[in-house]
Ligand binder design. Structure first.
Ligand code: ADP
Ligand code: MG
Length: 621
């Protein structure tokens, strides 16, 4: 092959090759094709768009629209590189209002697939069709069909085996495509969008005028109803957003949808600004849900910094960061969201049929604890705040005594031995402020943080049973329907074995929901919707892990977090009055957990006020 081409000789690349190289940037995976085609439809003023995806997009991606269409003369142009109807001079580059402008998507996509495009201009008598294979035109002819444009992309990357090899499983690829569709749908609620995946029932998002209605279709009714609307304008900038209250959190950033001037982006700056707005309001490791539309003067924005256009550059990044933070903070402080928003458990969908009477009380205490750092496996640095809490109890603790207290008996901080031989056999004295268990030991007064202790026991229990035979399930009296994003559903469908091993029994329920039949027995009583969202979040996270690692290792970091969250939500809270039997059960449970430093985090579970300390303080020594 290369024998005819001498090294070092500079030549112009063939058009086909240039397209394939461009395809490397524009067409990363099926989701990029979906994105480019749907954006073209939106640019063509379509009102209705239909998307079909087969085999995760590897077999077929088809997008049909009722937009302006292209004439028989224009159609071949659309397949030429740098052919675009959207830009004619360099000056236009600073005022881009369309999604596309580079004119390279169609030729790039066609160069790596079997491609068919049909288009009929509105009002024209008939349309025109072109087919191509790996960028080579196969046929061109007049053809009949509806007004608008239909593009079919079959056998993506068949001609580029190196790329085809990198395609992930169909469910994963579909998840990425669905994610982009969701983003485009969020920014254009006025467009009717239908999606057909393989032979399933199509998902239909009817056009609507209220963005909140579209959010409800894509996230869930519950999420949409609970989000706070932020609308802030100042010269040169508008921030319009729907963001969660601090009670409604996610285990990862997948509930963040960001847009700049009507364009979906994955911009670090916006993401950071949104998350920063929740600083001090969310427990460590938790993320808000947010749909954020930023609008800035086009002169202050460069959208041409990435071939797929999902990164942007602002001329004054600090100012946009500040504006977003202030807008969100203001909206949250002006709204008495603590009282005004219904508690998560009151909502009809996710928690209907939950067989637990104790739930409302649990939720009330949960709301009251918003804003405090409730993240039990917080890092060592958080010990300071815990010590401060101890101070509020009014017991003066000398600085020298603080640290040994805090570190000696905290799980996972270096001491592999428990503070007493057996918690279960201690004499229980009672409960302090419905928050601490007090017990007498040979060495002094044992003070146990009831929430931390219970959480730790649940966490270790979940972890252990996952490693051993799988987490025990408890069937729900009434199965619960939980609405989820397509990406979340894909994550669950991808790993049925893990879902089962984690103690869940789920069933597909239409396109946008799952039916929950059982949840882990140890966390029975917890909000089922929340649990499943957590589960999907954790599984989606692992998806991005390194495939070459053995699965146990690969799963662990995400599952650990899931176990921690489940444990945290299910554990008895501060302020819960516990019957004596339960107090005993918690203390006995402490005897079953490993005190070795298995987990790098941890704040104290138990503190011993030794006889010596007491004597010192009472000046008996
Ligand atoms: P760009 O969107 O950057 O202009 P593309 O390669 O995506 O480049 O598309 C090239 C041109 O083809 C567009 O500028 C537009 O004129 C035309 N086109 C593509 N898709 C459609 C469609 N669905 N309806 C009408 N015109 C389209
Ligand atoms: Mg385009």
């Amino acid at each position: 092959m290369s024998s005819q081409v001498e090294k070092g000789q500079i030549r112009l690349l063939s058009d086909a090759l240039v397209d394939q190289i461009a395809a490397g940037e524009v067409v990363e995976r099926p989701a990029s094709v979906v994105k480019e085609l749907v954006e073209n439809s939106l640019d063509a003023e379509a009102r209705r768009i239909r998307v079909e995806v087969r085999d995760g997009g590897a077999a077929l991606i088809a997008v049909s629209d009722d937009g302006l269409g292209m004439s028989p003369a224009e159609l071949p142009m659309a397949l030429q590189r740098h052919a675009t109807s959207k830009l004619s001079s360099a000056a236009d580059l600073t005022r881009i209002v369309s999604f596309g402008f580079r004119g390279e998507a169609l030729p790039a996509i066609a160069s790596v697939s079997r491609f068919r495009i049909f288009s009929r201009v509105r009002g024209a008598e008939y349309g025109y069709e072109i087919t191509s294979e790996a960028g080579e035109i196969q046929s061109e002819r007049e053809a009949g069909g509806p007004e608008g444009t239909r593009i079919e992309v079959a056998d993506l990357f068949a001609s580029v085996p190196a790329r085809r090899k990198f395609l992930k499983r169909p469910g994963t690829e579909w998840g990425h495509a669905a994610d982009w569709l969701a983003r485009l749908a969020l920014v254009r609620p006025d467009i009717h969008i239908e999606t057909q995946r393989d032979d399933r029932k199509a998902t239909i998002w009817p056009a609507c005028s209220d963005p909140r209605d579209r959010i409800a279709m894509i996230l869930s009714d519950d999420d949409a109803a609970a989000l706070i609307e932020v609308d802030h304008r100042e010269p040169g900038c508008r921030v319009h957003a729907f963001v969660s209250t601090p009670e409604r959190t996610r285990p990862n950033g997948q509930g963040l949808y960001l847009f700049v001037n009507g364009r979906p982006v994955r911009d670090r700056l916006l993401r950071h600004a949104l998350i920063e707005s929740y600083r001090d309001l969310l427990p460590r490791g938790r993320f808000p849900i947010g749909v954020l539309f930023a609008e800035v003067d086009p002169d202050t924005l460069d959208v041409n910094v990435h071939p797929a256009k999902w990164e942007v550059r602002f001329t004054d990044p600090q100012s946009i960061h500040r504006t977003i933070r202030h807008a969100i903070r203001d909206a949250m402080s002006s709204r008495s969201w603590l009282g005004g928003i219904r508690a998560p458990g009151e909502s009809a969908g996710a928690s209907a049929g939950q067989p637990h009477a104790g739930t409302p009380r649990m939720q009330a205490t949960r709301a009251a604890s918003v804003g405090t750092d409730d993240w039990i496996f917080a890092r060592a640095g958080d010990r300071a705040s815990h010590v401060a809490e101890t101070e509020h109890t009014g017991i003066p603790i000398s600085p020298t005594l603080r640290d040994p207290f805090a570190s000696e008996f905290s799980v996972g901080e270096g001491t592999p031995t428990p503070p007493v031989a057996s918690f279960g056999s201690l004499q229980i004295l009672g409960q302090l402020r419905a928050s601490y268990l007090l017990a007498e030991s040979d060495d002094g007064l044992m003070v146990v943080d009831q929430h931390a202790a219970h959480e730790r026991i649940l966490y270790e229990g979940l972890r252990k049973s996952w490693f051993e035979s799988g987490v025990a399930r408890q069937g729900l009296l009434t199965p619960v329907t939980v609405e989820l994003s397509a990406g979340a559903i894909a994550a669950l469908e991808e790993a049925p074995d893990l879902v089962e091993r984690l103690g869940f029994e789920l069933e597909a329920f239409g396109e946008g929901a799952v039916l929950v039949r059982a949840i882990p027995a140890e966390v029975a009583g917890q909000d089922v919707g929340e649990l499943v969202v957590e589960l999907a979040g954790a599984l989606a996270e692992v998806e991005r892990g390194d495939d070459s690692e053995p699965s146990a290792t690969r799963w662990l970091p995400s599952l650990d977090r899931l176990f921690a969250t489940m444990a945290c939500h299910s554990a008895r809270r501060f302020g819960d009055r516990l019957p004596a039997a339960e107090q005993r059960a918690i203390l006995a449970g402490l005897d079953t957990i490993p005190w070795a430093p298995t987990c790098p985090h941890g704040r104290p579970v138990a503190i011993l006020l030794s006889h010596e300390d007491l004597e010192l303080r009472f000046r008996r020594r």
